[in-house]
Design a protein around this ligand. Structure first.
Ligand SMILES: Cc1cc2nc3c(=O)[nH]c(=O)nc-3n(C[C@H](O)[C@H](O)[C@H](O)COP(=O)(O)O)c2cc1C
Length: 196
């Protein structure tokens, strides 16, 4: 799949092509990314909306070749590590699950929802920069907590691999056929007028 070719996905209604072209490849080149390049993606995430503007998202990142990258890669399940270790950066997405009010830490029930918005901002900004971001739930949370010093009131959500898309034939054989743009349920199935 050519990273710059238009997506074969078809929308039910007219939308900006970025929503169809953004996807989650597993084939990454082993390109490096500067810290400034990565911070520009996290900057986009920072401007996501959140309940009461609490901004619960938290990030820990590593750049290809550094100790942070190696630590995060070490938390990935083998299936993910097999391809994500070629990415240019790995970002752990967490959220702070409490919010302080009058000196008391109260649960923030919207923290995960807000962290999801931040991840999508990151993914779209990556796309605008000619990069791809691939989220992974397949990582060892206990290991990540230990290796990355995750505070007790943080919830870990995903590790995101970011990089330049490579050729599908650089992937282990079992993954090559999965390097396609995935479909979606019809809008009429997931959006109902007036009730669920
Ligand atoms: C929270 C989350 C967890 C995911 N976990 C994994 C994973 O562990 N391994 C993987 O290869 N892909 C993972 N994915 C990628 C999804 O499979 C992918 O986003 C989905 O199939 C839709 O494809 P698209 O992003 O290319 O549109 C994950 C995506 C999200 C948002």
């Amino acid at each position: 799949m050519n990273a710059h070719a238009p997506s074969p996905r078809l929308a039910d209604h007219a939308i900006d092509p970025i929503f169809l072209n953004r996807h989650s490849p597993r084939a990454f080149t082993e390109a490096t990314l500067t810290e400034a390049d990565l911070l520009a993606l996290l900057e986009a995430a920072r401007w996501a909306p959140s309940a009461s503007n609490n901004q619960p998202w938290r990030f820990a990142y590593g750049l290809r070749g550094d100790a942070g990258f190696a630590k995060i890669a070490d938390t990935l399940v083998p299936f993910n590590c097999a391809w994500a270790e070629k990415a240019s950066a790995l970002v752990v997405i967490a959220s702070k699950s409490t919010v302080e009010k009058d000196g008391v830490a109260n649960p923030n029930p919207w923290a995960a929802f807000d962290a999801g918005a931040a991840w999508m901002s990151l993914a779209l900004q990556a796309h605008l920069k000619g990069l791809f971001a691939h989220a992974m739930g397949g990582f060892d949370k206990a290991k990540a907590t230990d290796l990355l010093g995750v505070p007790a009131d943080y919830t870990l959500h995903a590790v995101v691999a970011i990089g330049t898309q490579g050729a599908a034939d650089t992937l282990p054989e079992g993954l090559r056929a999965r390097e396609v743009h995935s479909p979606r349920h019809p809008l009429s199935e997931i959006a109902k007028h007036g009730s669920f």
